[in-house]
Design a protein around this ligand. Sequence first.
Ligand code: ADP
Length: 382
Amino acid sequence: MTQASQISEDQVLKALEGVMDGGKSIVSKGMVQGLQVQDGHVVMAVVVPPSVGAGAEPIRKEAEKVIHALEGVLSATVVLTAESEPGGHAGGGNSGHDHGHGHNHSHGAPAEDAPLLPGAKSIIAVASGKGGVGKSTTAVNLALALKDQGLKVGLLDADVYGPSQPRMLGISGEPQSPNGKTLDPMEGHGIKCMSIGFLVDEETPVVWRGPMVQSALIQMMRDVNWGTLDVLVVDMPPGTGDVQLTMAQQVPLTGAIIVSTPQDIALLDARKGLNMFRQVDVPVLGIIENMSYFACPHCGEHTNIFSHGGAKKEAETVGMEFLGEIPLDIQIRETSDGGNPVVVSDPDGAHAMAYKAIAKRVWEKTEDAIQAKAASEPRILQ
Ligand code: ADP
């Protein structure tokens, strides 16, 4: 049905002529940005004024539906993005970088240059040199272990390539926008959560362009009612490319944690992560070795599948703290993939204890980092 036909950008734009906003097409209004068509996968942003914000969700949905209906389209991913100039033209040359415009006049919704996440006392990125090392599993268990300390915790799933936190926290449905401007975060196991996964189907192959990723991230920080939080844990996209670097720059991070497997250490991927955060002056709180060893469920014997202890050595070499190790264990996989991470499903078990010990140290270091940051920043006099 779909294979032979090659869908083009022009065809997509033509179809979008039928999507209206206030009686005019979103194409003629210049609201289509960053349109990209690749092997039947279509990705684009709809630019709306900041004052409209999430209230434009019906337009986003309709655009996605219209594109999906085209022959040759395998997936359609449309995100909403707010720009300071509502009619600002699509595409070329616009980096989507929102900082420093300083001249927008929004009404009601958070201003474009409003501080991101003013209610969060601290923001910690959980990052990895590459995918599949258990970064998301670590992020969710860490977030739950921080909550167990009595902290108010949020989890921002910024892993645009494979958003898995809705599944790991057992959350379904879509976030609501009671005021039509900002979104309420979802909640799972007492943690507020916002994920690109709530806005995009988990099955959709995401062929994100850098600027679009940035807009989506900014939206998740600025247009979501996070309220007050002691700590927001950010599940970063894996890797250390431009997208990750920009994110590390755009999110006002208090610190970062690197998750590695023993083999990842061997390939020096973890070191790239460390260098990336150093480049943008974000303190690395430490490294966690995941899938560190295999604990046999029958006899309890520990087997080192890869060279165990590599993270500890690497940490010593590059001068960052080794925060702890988590074994490769089916219970960790089954519980987090099933929406009941081990920290809540077996709170007194050895794995939960390991995460809690790491979380305790992470919070100590975070509090130090908050103080250090406050001491180095210029005071705002009221
Ligand atoms: P990443 O975010 O780095 O891509 P995930 O957290 O999604 O990785 O983990 C990839 C897979 O490995 C998931 O199925 C997860 O349940 C599993 N996993 C992660 N950590 C462990 C662990 N310590 N023991 C067993 N399975 C794990």
